[in-house]
Every structure is written in C-alpha cells, then in structure tokens.
Write a protein that binds this ligand. Sequence first.
Ligand code: ACM
Ligand code: ZN
Length: 529
Amino acid sequence: MKRMFTLLAVVVASVLSIATLSARELNVVPEPAYVDLEAEGDYAVTNKTRIIVVDEMWAPAERFSEDMMATMGFEKPMHMSKHGNKGIKVRTDSCIASEGYEMTVSEEGVLIIGGDEAGVYYGLQTLRQILVTNNGCVPYGFVADEPSFRYRGAHLDVCRHFMSVDDVKEYIDILAAHKLNRLHWHLTDDQGWRIEIKAYPELTEKGSVRKETLIGHGLEPKWWDGKPHGGYYTQEQIRDVVKYAAERYVTIVPEIEMPGHAQAALHALPWLGCNEQEVDVWTMWGVTPEVLCAGKETTYTFLENVLKEVIELFPSELIHIGGDECPKDRWKECEHCQAMMKAQGLENEEALQGYLVTRIEKFLNAQGRRIIGWDEILEGGVTPSSTVMAWRGAKIGAYAAEHGHEVVMTPLPICYFDFYQTESREGEGLRIGGHINFEKIYSWDPFEGISESARKNIIGVQCNVWSEYLKDISMVEGQLLPRLAAMCEVQWAVDRRDESTIRRKMENLRKFYDACGWNYAPYYFDGRQ
Ligand code: ACM
Ligand code: ZN
C-alpha cells in the first residue's frame, strides 16, 4: 500500500512543480511505517495555532511549543487548551503501540494520537520536521508509525573530553529529534572520573583532572598538549540532566566502568588497586594495565557504595557496568586476587572477572536493577539475565542472542562514530582511525547471522561516540551528524529503508539541521564517501 502511494507521489510529482513535489512527499527521517498523502491541500501552522491537549498530554505539547520557538522562530509559546476545534490536537489511545502514533491532517488541523505520552512526542517530532523543512505547512493525509526496536541508543564518552551540562542537553535534543530513547552516558574511565560520589569525594577532587592530553597518535613527549583537562558533574547537575532527558523521553543509562578502565579512580583511591601504587589520571588512550583489584573485599564495598548513589540518581532499569578491556597482569601477581580465586574455586583470571561481574549483578538485581555490560562479560559466565552490548563484532551479538541474553548491537566498525567518515580522510582532522560512512550504516542488517527464534533478543541498536579526539560538542556533532540519521533508520525503521529515497530525504533533513543550528559533516552531502 505504502509503495503504491510512493509510486503515485512520484508520478504526480513528475508533472508538478518542485514546490508541489516537496509538499506531496513527507521526506521524514526516520521513515514512518505508513504514509498516505492522497488528499490535496496543506495545513499551515503558525504561532497563532492552538494546541488542543486531551488526556493530559501537556508535557509533549509544551516541548513542541518550545521546539517551535527554537526552530520556527515563533516569538511566544503556542496557545494550549483542553478544548477547541481547529489546531493541533494531541491525545492517546492504548490500541496504538507504545511509542507509536497516528497523525491525521485535514482542514481541521492536525490530530496526533499516541500509544502513550512518548508516542505523542514522536508524532510531534515528525510534525516538527515537516513544518521546519516545508515553510510551516503539513500536507493533508495520514501517517501511522511505530519503532522497530525498543532500545534506540547513542553513547557519549565524557571522560576523554568533558562536555558541559548544556552540551549534554544539546546532545539529548539531537537524539530525541531522531527518535532515539537511550543515552548511554560513559561517566568513568582511565582519563577522568566525571560523577560526584558523596561517599568518596576524592574521586572527583583528584580523579576528574588529568595533567595533560595526548593530541597525536604518536607517543613522543611533543604529542602531549601540556594543559590540565578536567570536569565533573555534581549530583544536582546529574539530576537536572536526567530530568531534561526524561522530558524528551530519553532514559539515561549510566556507565561505571569496572574492573578495567578505572585508572582515574585508582589515582584518587590507590587502595583500590592490587599493588596500591600511586598512578596518574591517565594521559594516554588505549588500554592500561592498572585495574581494580578483584581480590579485596574493600573493592566490592567501594563498588556497591558507588552504585548505591548511582541508582539513586538514575531511574534506568539497566545500569552499565563496563567490563571491557581488562588486562589481567596485576591480578596474576596479586596475593589478594590469587587468594580470592582459590577461595572461590576459580580456574583463571577470566573467571575472577566473571566472579566480580556476577557479584555486582546480584547486588544490582537486589536493588531492582539489571546489568548491561560490554560483550566481555560473556567470558566470565554471567547469567542470561544480563544484557550484552555487542561491540567486538556482530557475531558476538549473535552468539549472546542465541544463548538467551538480551542484546544491544553496537558492533565495530558500523556503530563507531569516532571513526573517520571518508576513505581518504581528507580534511577530517585527526580521528581515532577506521572509516565508516553513511551508506554502510544505512544498509547494515543488525539481524545478520541470527536465527529467527533469537531475533527477539536483539532489543536494540546503538552508536558510540568516543571522545579521544573530539574536544568539544561541535566536534562531537560533526561525528554524529548526519550518520545518526542512517543509524536512526536502522533503529526506528529497520524494515522500511529505501536506497532510492534516502538521499532526497537527507537533503531535506539538512535544512532541519540548519534550522536547529547543529553542526554536521559535509561528506555525505558532497558525495565524498
Ligand atoms: C569499547 O569500545 N572498548 C567498548
Ligand atoms: Zn588484586
């Protein structure tokens, strides 16, 4: 049916003007599930248009009004009331899927019915994209839409380079506009501890600042910048960001890295390490041998105390416990680690990591939360109740899904948005490496190699923005956009991607990015891949 209307639109468009063409196609990213634009005519939305709020849908209506001021130049908030005839009417209907919506446009105005509050919000996001790129007009017709995946995430590393509260909020705005619903906030790592923990003030007092930053790929002294870099979020700021995200239907999944990627914590609290030696907050990138001691009870008490505060701040059911890239050199030489292995009957150091992860999983389960971790958590024999973030390859994600884990697919290189965007790398500036372009992301099949029965375990897809070479939010945005547009088509519209229309849609979306004032990379638009 949808194809028929698309065909009809193409035939009609070929005999009409360009202006009419753009008016008769929605050109929305991500692609809605069903679009019918058969009726002739457009409805114009202005600052005088009323929002008629049914079922107490005030919150998404207010977000829409704010967005219209920010992107359409509306001078004042839109008028909202419970009653009225013409305007933008919003309500819910539980017959519609969660996060889904239907939008009907006629002479009477726009009616958006969401499956829930988030669905109303996503309907309004679709409406906003159309209005911003179509001179404030939306064509008469009907749209029905719902997401492919329930976890639609983007990760942000604020450890390698700190991003302010306002920067993180802008990042959330961008995710929400692409209908993503998870921000994976990478808060602790070797190069900086970024979350205030009241039980251990040293973590941020000492662990949030490094002496200098590696600015090249080489290791000679001349490649460091010689400037201290730091920053952290107070608990009050974190509450503010969590609320801001929730108002945009984004759940923040906080990540506290363990037992590796913890050198900043070791600098602040040397007793967390095996040999208790002083180490710096790391000034390099990669994998350090300095990791948390998994043999001492004090490490477990520390982790539990940190997590107690984390779960007070973040309502997310999933709490990310890291788990990746933990060298075992220190553990092999540590009497505490070796004694713990003996006491627990653990065969090797990999099993010791499994012991730590499982123990933390039990702790979080008892608090009503569940763990998510990078795919190395599979190596220590965690139970299928843990969610696996598959990063080292889609095959590992397939393995985890076949073994009963819920899986978020975020494999290299497809989902690594810190990578270069063109093969030639010309004009891109220094980046971590690799190369992944828009088209490869857009055409990626996240179900490849996964049996029909295990597909249900793929709960979502995520892109990762590591910030080793991204010093500020503008650089982050340049890595994120427009590749996030390809990613959100996978996340929201996996079975309705269409190579023949995506470029036209992207030209339209570019206008939307300009209206929002977001930075984006030129390569896809220039045809440089
Ligand atoms: C990762 O990229 N180390 C998860
Ligand atoms: Zn140890």
